[in-house]
Unconditional design. Sequence first.
Length: 262
Amino acid sequence: MIGIDLTGKRAIVTGAGQGLGKEIGLRLAEAGAIVYFADYDEEKSRRACQEGIEREGHCIPWKAIDVSSVSQMRELIWEVAGQGALDIMVNAAGIMYPDSLIDLDPEKLWRLEDVNINGTAYGTQYAMQEMMKQRSGRIVNIASIAGRHGCTTKPYYAMSKAAVINLTQSAALFGAKYGVNVNTVCPGIIHTAMWDQILDFMMRDTGKSREECWQEALGYTIPMGIEQEAIDIANAVLFLCSDMARYITAQSLNVDGGARMN
């Protein structure tokens, strides 16, 4: 049986304290990578790492970090790369405000852009600088199927994820001659804390119960009709970080049960 072995690879995952970022970090660690868990909440990073250690993974918690800070992202990447190499960079940190097109407060919009777009850009930029030197590396950015089309419940979140997809394509073109693969994973509907915000919005808008809104979202948008789990995204990231994906770059992989076709 062919397995994915990342033994000795050094990885950074942002947003790794919970949700998708946490599951991605744990999955990479299970495959043998040395994974640095970076999150805005340091305590969540520590708890996630402890879970990884209990699974016999090599997990290292990083101090609290705001991915929208150039200096903090630069310090993270420089210090990890200084340990020997930076082989994998996963930009999974993200936030979402489920406000309508005409209701979002400007300060929320600026924060959304700072985290989702700028944070991903800083992670991509500084990781690329290090990977160019060693002429190898994998960068995976986490976007969303919302970045593929317009969206009434979270239009500015969708805008930010469309920017992530476009940035990934540009970075992949740049990194190709240096042996650096850059791809995006676009999750579908996963019942994380972020989706609870969307359900709150749907409940206010429709007057329906939380469960009714959730089942409606599943039934209308996912042909497979089953709930997606964070491990589905983590497995896709694991594949893209492996040697089996050596010829895949500049791609945005939908992992969504068939909700979007590209």
